[in-house]
Design a protein around this ligand. Structure first.
Ligand SMILES: C[S@@+](CC[C@H](N)C(=O)[O-])C[C@H]1O[C@@H](n2cnc3c(N)ncnc32)[C@H](O)[C@@H]1O
Length: 304
C-alpha cells in the first residue's frame, strides 16, 4: 500500500489520485458499467470505502441521468471497533473527507451522496433493490465484510454486479473467508476474478461471463484461465502489462509543456559529423590520467 499517500495537489488525471485501483480493474469496471448502459439497465451506484476517490471518480463518470451515487467511508471518523481503528490508523492516516471531495470535484460537477460513517449504516440509508453496481472496498475484517455483502445482496437489482476488493490478498484473510462463504452459502455467483477483486452477481452469471470472455480473449495484454470449483465457473483474468483505459482529464489538467520548436527541429544530420576517434586515441583516453588527456587536447587545439 505504498502508492496511496495523500497529496495537497489537485489531480490532473485519474492516475494522480492516490489509491488502489489497478488498470485491469479500471478496464473491468468500465466494461461492466458500459455493458449495463448498452443493455438499457438503470439503477443506482454504491461504493463502500472510497479513500481518496480513485474508484469513486471512475464510477461517477458512468452515472446516468436520474441515477444516484452513494459512497460511504469513515474518513476521519471513529471506527466501530479496535481492529478496524488499528487498520485505519495504519493504512489511511492521511485521509480526510475534504481530500476526497476535492479530488472528486476535480472531475465532476457534483458530489455523490456521502455517508461519513461505518458501512453498517448503509442498509438504513440505501433502499433495497435500487443499485445496479456495488463496490465493497471498506473494512477488511470478516464481520464487517460479511455485513457489507449482506447489504449488497439486499440493495442490488436482479442481475446487478457486486465487486469484492482484496478477496485474496495476503493481509486480508477475513475478506477471503467472507467472499467464499458468500459463494458457497449465500448464493453469490462469481463472474470473474482479477488479481485483487471478485466480480459476482446474485443473478445468472452465464451470459455476462460469455461476453466478458469474448472481450478478454481479444486482448493480448490479458492472461486468462477458466476453472471449475464447487459447481462454479471461475474466470481468472490477469494483467500482462495493461494500461488504464482512456479517462477524461480533470478541470485542473495542465498539458505537458510543448518542447520548443528549435529543439525539436534542430537537424542532427546538419551538424558537422565528428570523425570516429582512432584506436590510439580511444586507448589513450582510457589509459591516461584525465589531467594528461586534457593537456594533450589543449596542445592539439592550439595547433589547429
Ligand atoms: C482500500 S481503501 C479504499 C480504496 C478506494 N476504493 C480506491 O479506489 O482507492 C478502504 C477505505 O475504507 C474505509 N473504511 C475502513 N473501514 C471502514 C468501515 N468500517 N466503514 C466504512 N469505511 C471504512 C477507509 O477509511 C478507506 O478509505
Amino acid at each position: 500500500m505504498t502508492n496511496a499517500q495523500a497529496t495537497d495537489k489537485h489531480p490532473g488525471e485519474l492516475a494522480d489520485v492516490p489509491g488502489w485501483f489497478p488498470p485491469l480493474d479500471q478496464i473491468l469496471f468500465t466494461w461492466f458499467l458500459e455493458r449495463q448502459k448498452a443493455q438499457g439497465m438503470r439503477g443506482d451506484l454504491l461504493e463502500l470505502g472510497v479513500y481518496m476517490g480513485k474508484s469513486a471518480i471512475l464510477l461517477g463518470h458512468h452515472l446516468q441521468d436520474g441515477e444516484r451515487f452513494t459512497v460511504c467511508d469513515l474518513f476521519e471518523g471513529d471506527a466501530p471497533d479496535e481492529a478496524n481503528r488499528a487498520e485505519s490508523t495504519k493504512s489511511y492516516a492521511t485521509l480526510t473527507r475534504q481530500a476526497f471531495e476535492r479530488n472528486y470535484l476535480s472531475f465532476h460537477d457534483t458530489l455523490p451522496t456521502v455517508l461519513a460513517a461505518p458501512s453498517s449504516v448503509v442498509p438504513e440509508k440505501v433502499a433495497p433493490d435500487t443499485c445496479r453496481f456495488v463496490h465493497i472496498d471498506a473494512s477488511h475484517l470478516y464481520e464487517h465484510v460479511h455485513g457489507d455483502i449482506g447489504a449488497a445482496h439486499d440493495i442490488l437489482l436482479p442481475d446487478g454486479i457486486v465487486v469484492l476488493d482484496d478477496f485474496r490478498s495476503e493481509h486480508t484473510p477475513g475478506v477471503s473467508v467472507a467472499a467464499w462463504e458468500a459463494v458457497l452459502n449465500r448464493g453469490l455467483r462469481p463472474i470473474c476474478l482479477s488479481t485483487q477483486k471478485l466480480y459476482g452477481t446474485w443473478g445468472d452469471p452465464g451470459p455476462v461471463q460469455e461476453e466478458l470472455l469474448d472481450m478478454l480473449r481479444q486482448r493480448p495484454d490479458c492472461g486468462l484461465s477458466v476453472q471449475e470449483a464447487a459447481g462454479h465457473r471461475l474466470v481468472r483474468a490477469r494483467s500482462r502489462g495493461m494500461k488504464p483505459p482512456p479517462f477524461p482529464t480533470s478541470r485542473h489538467y495542465v498539458p505537458p509543456a510543448s518542447v520548443p520548436a528549435a529543439r525539436v527541429t534542430e537537424p542532427r544530420a546538419a551538424r558537422p559529423a565528428r570523425p570516429a576517434p582512432s584506436r590510439a586515441r580511444r586507448l589513450a583516453k582510457d589509459l591516461l590520467p584525465p589531467v594528461v588527456t586534457r593537456a594533450v587536447r589543449r596542445a592539439r587545439a592550439k595547433r589547429s
